[in-house]
Write a protein that binds this ligand. Sequence first.
Ligand SMILES: *Cc1c(COP(=O)(O)O)cnc(C)c1O
Length: 452
Amino acid sequence: MTGLRDLPSVDQMLQTSQSQEWIACFGRPLTVEAIRSTLNDARAQFAERASLPEREALLQSIERYLQSWTEPTLQPVINATGVILQTNLGRAPLSPASLQAIQNISQGYSTLEYDLQRGKRGSRLVHAEALLTRLTGAQAAMVVNNNAAAVLLILTALARRRGVVIARTQLVEIGGGFRVPDVMKQSGARLLEIGTTNRVHLSDYEAALEESPALFLRAHRSNFRLVGFTSEPGLAEIAEVAHQAGIPLVDDLGSGTLLDTSRYGLGHEPMVQESLAAGADLVCFSGDKLLGGPQAGIIVGGAELVAKLKKHPLARALRADKLCLGALTATLLHYLKDEAEREIPIWRMISAPAEQIFSRAAAWAVALGQGEVTSGESTVGGGSLPDETLPTSLLSLSIRKPDQLLARLRQQNPPVIARLQDDRVVLDPRSVLPEQEEALLHGMKRALEATG
Ligand SMILES: *Cc1c(COP(=O)(O)O)cnc(C)c1O
């Protein structure tokens, strides 16, 4: 092509058989826009360099525009990092029953807010409540959008314009910019900090009563650990002081768990049932951390307090949607039926036998004809169990350009997320779902070939 008049028009481009395929695949308006953008680029190139792209290059550019405009940014990946609850990778994968529930509930209509017996409007809050109270022993329960929302709702409904006592040992930032003090400010509650950074005593709680606080808040330190010269009173002692003063104790557990993590060679992560038994009046935790369900904020506790939360106007803005409630209910049922370890993916990962992980890593090495199996560590993540690890087996690849391999792995479909350890690319079978293994090996082979 020599002059601008050699550039085809949009209409001419639309006549090509290639365009007919694009229109079938992407629709006419988007195809027209991709052609326009490409022709504009070509004119800009001509103005700059007095040359025009070849016809083939024009077609490729149109295709690239169409691909990039329609490619979902939210897509599945294979998590080979060995971090079981990776917030950046979407935290907990769901159980088959939870996925089925999402489909059942969302492909048509549902009883989201409909009482079948009375043929009248019902409440979406009933769906998970019976299961949650049965599982935790709480009088009442409520589900909101996530745990940050749970904390915001509790503080807004119970402590707006009033004081909330919290120990300085717990004024943490948990990642993603969620800082306990900021949420408290947002709720309109006044922060009454007690104790020091490393130590807080029961007498600090007692002294704080002079400020007539609305409640005591205990917050899990999440992915931060307090070591050395430290002390904090137990929850039961704090509850006693609160109750003598007639105010509630709220426990933000962060992850929380219904199963005892110490059974799996991990430290003991605070359990929801324990907090309630120790006297916490409200306990809140995430649906997608160690519970292993969908994103949700779960609040369990005393009937009167939960009723107040349900009635607060903010509850409407923070409510959980039907997909969440469907999946959450199915996840909770696994606990009730004592099949959590088998059915909930994160618990299967946590409880995976060492031999099983070793043989998976070994099979990967054989399939790839490359790499060796080394011992390493998986972590739970999700702001739970800081510093705690599970012994694991890794497929370890010694490569000249490890960063390049990691990048190539991320370009696969589905992308594979691995990690770098001592200049080696390592993949941990623990966090790879068995049904993703074939895709993982396929992606690995292609990435290795491309890296050379
Ligand atoms: C994770 C966490 C939250 C926030 O929970 P989301 O479900 O992510 O909103 C709040 N508090 C603590 C202590 C946490 O660890």
